[in-house]
Design a binder for this molecule. Structure first.
Ligand code: SF4
Length: 119
């Protein structure tokens, strides 16, 4: 299955970090705006200076903002989880924050449920 960020041509060079960690995402890939990432916006080249990284990530997020499958893509990246790159308008660091918040919320809900069950 061809995934976002993955070039359509087999002859294209695909750096290893651009190959998604799993290939079981849904049909939303067909509508991904970034199917051909010729500009290399979505994943960092090695030894990228911070200012260049921030500019590249902002450019990638602008692409994501007009993507019709941003929600599906973001959820895919959170669930896998995808460790690298911009997915669904979020950087890897931003996804870690979202996941940490989700874990905290789940823990709080479980604690609340236990307290209610205990009476
Ligand atoms: S939301 Fe961004 S990373 Fe995801 S498919 Fe669309 S353009 Fe690609």
């Amino acid at each position: 299955m061809l995934l976002p960020h993955q070039p359509l041509q087999d002859t294209a060079v695909v750096p290893s970090q651009r190959v998604p960690s799993r290939e079981e995402a849904g049909p939303w890939h067909a509508e991904a705006v970034c199917r051909r990432d010729e500009a290399g916006l979505f994943f960092a080249p090695s030894k990228e200076p911070t200012a260049a990284r921030l500019a590249r990530e902002e450019a990638a997020k602008r692409v994501c903002a007009r993507c019709p499958v941003m929600i599906e893509c973001r959820e895919h990246a959170l669930v896998q989880p995808e460790p690298y790159g911009v997915w669904g308008g979020l950087t890897a660091a931003e996804r870690r924050v979202v996941l940490a918040r989700r874990r905290r919320r789940e823990t709080e809900l479980q604690r609340s449920a236990r307290m209610q069950a205990a009476g």
